[in-house]
Each structure stands twice: as C-alpha cells, then as structure tokens.
Design a protein. Structure first.
Length: 361
C-alpha cells in the first residue's frame, strides 16, 4: 500500500514538473499604421503564475490568424462585439491547446478549442468557453472548415443570403475566394447546385479555385483592368448572391453587375482594414432601390445556438469528400512566428486558412 502511494506521488510530481515557470507571449508594441509590420509586435517572457483549482493550464499547439483581428488592433473603444487589443496588451485568437493541468471536465492530455492568447502557455478558467476537439477530427480542421471559418461560410451563405431561396444554377460570386472563408463558401454553393465564380489575388489561386475546388469561373483581381468588366465576363447571367469578403471597389463593381433582387452578404471588408483614412465610394441607394437589392452584414456570434448542428453537417461533408479543407501552415514554428504569419495572411500569402504551429502535437 505504501509503495502504491509513493508511486502516485511520483506520477503527480512528474506531471506538475511539466508545467513551466514562464510563458512567451506576443504583445502589441504599437498600434499599426496601415499594413502592420513586425516591429508593431513584441514577444515578451513572463512568469507563468500558479493556476487555481478551477483553472486549466494550456499548452498552445495551433493558432488561427484572421483578417478581423486587424480591426481590433486599432486600440480605442469597443467595436460592436469585440474589445480592441490595447497598446502593450496581449493579442488573442482561436487556438487548439493541450491541457497540461487538469480541472473540471478536462483531463491532462485533452485537446481543446478556445480563444487563446498568442503565447505558448495560457491559464484559463475550466468553465470558460472551451470545448474538446471531437475524437477523430484533425485539430487543424477544427480551426478551419469544421470551426469558426466553416461556420461563417455556412451561416453567411445559407442563412443570411438565404441561398436556397434562389433557383439552382443561379450565380454566386465570392471575393477573397481563395481565403479561409471564401473557399468554403464556394464549395458549399457548388454542392448545393449553384454556379460559382470567385476572385483571388494570383493566377495560382485562380487555377486552384477552378481545377481543385470546381469553381465555374474565377479571375485575378490584381491583373483585372476593370472589376465590372471581369465580373461581366465571368458572370454572363449577372450575379444573384454576392458573398463579400473584401468591400471597397469590388463592392462598387458588384452593385453595377448584380441582378434584380440580388443579395449582398457583408462578411468582411479586408480591402479597408489597413486604410489610414476614411474611404469614399459611389452611392448605392439608387441601385438598391431600382434593383430591389438586399445588403446585410452579420457576425457569427449571432448563430452560436445553432453552431452544433451546422458543425455536424460540415463534418459529414468533409467525411464524404464533398468539402475540402485547405490549410496553409505557416513556414516557421513557435510564438515569434505568429505576428509574421498574421502579416503574411493580410497580404495574401495564404491559400485557405492560415494557421501557426506553436508546438508539436
């Protein structure tokens, strides 16, 4: 019996010893002006405090870097749903981590999805918004097609655009089509029986959309002399649903080409995220009236209650091979790579979802 106790103690001590004394974390050193640069971020080493009984210690495996984070790097007050990151504060996004100190329903070794600070180790309350990575699902996929990205595409297209109220074969156009959300939007529209057109920022991406994902047409917006002309060429029957990830001048062109009773889903506006001055553009009111258009913005958080069912359907599509999950794992590993990956993503270096591998699984 005594031997048994000693053994247990050894095991507990060895697990305890695996919890480091410090953590490396990315801080926002400056509020970026225009496109962020590496010096806007700084990796700092801090002591990792002892976790309370109701807290987990998480070791970060993968972090997601997403366009919307740029909006939150402007400092200042709350914007809609989110509190901006502050100068000299930490940055956070969706991540997959391994539990290294257990609490509540979570055991050591469990993989969990949560909002995670850009750091190698984080302490989080066991009752925070976290969930386990489902058994048999690739942890990278839960940050991509089977995660917030896939859900954004799913609800934006099927619920906000109400895609299935349009006859099959209607034209769906998606900008930022080779990005994390855009490529899933196009694939879902295809599997639902629609004609899908996309735009992306390189010929390589355009070919990928057509040859690998089965888009009906696509064009390179960077080499397009006139967006409206490119849209007329690739969308001979006009546009019925526009899934907008970029905003700006592309939206202006769509307003010209979109069909009567068309719908525009405002998911993102990455063309404006690095602007240093307020953008102006053509007025849309007359077109909105004369074409009876609908334009609606949305945030995924509004659909939280239905996310579980949506994920099941997405996972089924992935399993059946109807949906491909495209991930770009950033070339470098570890905490210092996170800001570099974020900057690269903003400038279009990724195909599909950009993830950073912080630690080995």
């Amino acid at each position: 019996h005594q031997h048994h106790i000693i053994n247990n103690t050894t095991t507990i001590t060895s697990i305890m010893a695996a919890i480091p004394q410090e953590r490396n974390a990315v801080f926002l050193a400056n509020i970026p002006e225009g496109v962020p640069v590496e010096s806007d971020y700084e990796v700092r080493t801090l002591p990792l405090p002892a976790a309370a009984d109701d807290e987990l210690v998480l070791e970060t495996l993968y972090l997601s870097v997403d366009p919307y984070l740029r909006i939150l790097m402007r400092g200042g007050q709350k914007v809609g749903y989110a509190t901006p990151f502050q100068k000299d504060g930490e940055i956070e996004s969706a991540g997959v981590s391994r539990v290294i100190k257990a609490s509540g329903d979570y055991q050591v070794g469990d993989l969990v999805i949560s909002t995670a600070k850009w750091a190698d180790y984080n302490i989080i309350k066991a009752d925070a918004k976290i969930r386990k990575v489902p058994a048999g699902v690739n942890p990278q996929t839960v940050l991509s097609a089977a995660g917030l990205t896939g859900l954004t595409a799913y609800f934006g297209l099927l619920r906000v655009a109400a895609l299935e109220t349009y006859p099959k074969g209607s034209t769906v156009y998606v900008s930022g089509a080779a990005g994390a959300t855009g490529n899933v939007v196009g694939q879902i529209a295809k599997l639902k029986g629609y004609r899908v057109v996309g735009s992306a920022g390189s010929d390589e991406k355009v070919n990928w959309l057509i040859n690998d994902l089965g888009f009906d047409a696509a064009f390179n917006y960077k080499t397009s002399a006139n967006f409206a002309d490119s849209l007329r060429e690739t969308c001979p029957n006009g546009i019925d649903v526009y899934f907008d990830n970029v905003g700006g001048e592309m939206l202006d062109a769509v307003i010209e080409v979109i069909n009567k009773r068309g719908v525009i889903v405002n998911c993102g506006a990455i063309s404006l995220y690095n602007s240093t001055s307020a953008a102006t553009g053509p007025r849309v009111e007359v077109a909105m009236i004369m074409k009876e258009l609908r334009m609606q913005g949305f945030l995924l958080f509004s659909y939280e209650a239905e996310a579980g069912d949506a994920i099941k359907e997405i996972v089924q599509w992935l399993t059946e091979g109807k949906l491909k999950d495209q991930i770009t794992l950033f070339r470098d590993l570890g905490v210092p790579a996170i800001p570099r990956a974020f900057i690269d993503m903003l400038t279009g270096a990724n195909v599909g979802k950009m993830l950073v591998k912080v630690k080995d699984e």
